[in-house]
Write a protein that binds this ligand. Sequence first.
Ligand SMILES: Nc1ncnc2c1ncn2[C@@H]1O[C@H](COP(=O)(O)OP(=O)(O)OP(=O)(O)O)[C@@H](O)[C@H]1O
Ligand SMILES: [Mg+2]
Length: 323
Amino acid sequence: MTGLDGFPDAALLTLEDFRSADAPMGRCLEIARAACRTEIPILVLGESGTGKTLLARAIHNSSRRAAGPFVSFNAAALSDTLLDSQLFGHEKGAYTGAHKQLRGKFEMADGGTLFIDEIADMSPLAQAKILRAVEYGEFERLGSEKLRKADVRLISATHYPLERYAGSDGFRRDLFYRISGLTLTLPPLRERPNDLKALVASAILRAARLQGRSIDGLSRAAADALFSYPWPGNLRELDRVIHAAVAMTEGEVIEETSILVRRDAEASRPAAPPRTGGDDSLRAAERAHVLRILEEHGGNKTRAARALHVARSTLERILSASK
Ligand SMILES: Nc1ncnc2c1ncn2[C@@H]1O[C@H](COP(=O)(O)OP(=O)(O)OP(=O)(O)O)[C@@H](O)[C@H]1O
Ligand SMILES: [Mg+2]
């Protein structure tokens, strides 16, 4: 297992496995090929499920560091102490619960690639530490003053349009410039109409192989349903829908009834914010909007504030104002 979301070939994936007949993706792959030839830090942007993690892996596998380690680190939802000790390691007893010495991801990635996923979710303190580590290749384990060095190539990813947040209260501009030597933007699946057919075909092959099935193709109606769908969850959703379709198929041809997506494109758009009971004031609309964005971000105020381009304190003020 590779731990990469069930994608079976991730450990062997190279840039050769990525092809595109669509201009935005073609451009992204062109920059990715340049990224493989250099040691410049890479920032991978793109909506959730567009393949950022897999592309990062492929770049490592196609780079001069391929024989070195690929160490993956997810910065989302970690406290400062945990993030610190995960990234830089700690000595025994450095904090309550640090029962034994731990090597951090930076040390583990020495000679290879460190992949920091969800980098926009790091606290300002963590950002400052990362900046120093990537700028000078130097860091200390928590609870130790010994300066350590690691030769690490950094690839970061986020589904936020980070260039818009950089410099605002969310993300340090200096760190943004440091990590984005080359920026790769993975387009959403709806902007890859020419690739969709090949992506569906390879997803069917993969699902059939994994489920030990033999699938011959799709009915016309099933194909229409797949090709008219806007794929808000991108490649991850495509993979899931195809797996389900293969599982639902009894014969060798996938029928429309096995394609479990909302048929009307309208239905997959986010719903309009609920009207606030009779209150047409701008303030009520503002509060309703904030609530909706908060819900979209699973109740995470930091992320919601970032999406709204306001400080977290502003978001809290709006929420606590009575209707
Ligand atoms: N190049 C690809 N070809 C086919 N399927 C892909 C490709 N890249 C990704 N996928 C599918 O999409 C899933 C998600 O990919 P990945 O984890 O790389 O996306 P992501 O952009 O990192 O998502 P998130 O923002 O949620 O972390 C994979 O498990 C796989 O099923
Ligand atoms: Mg990912």
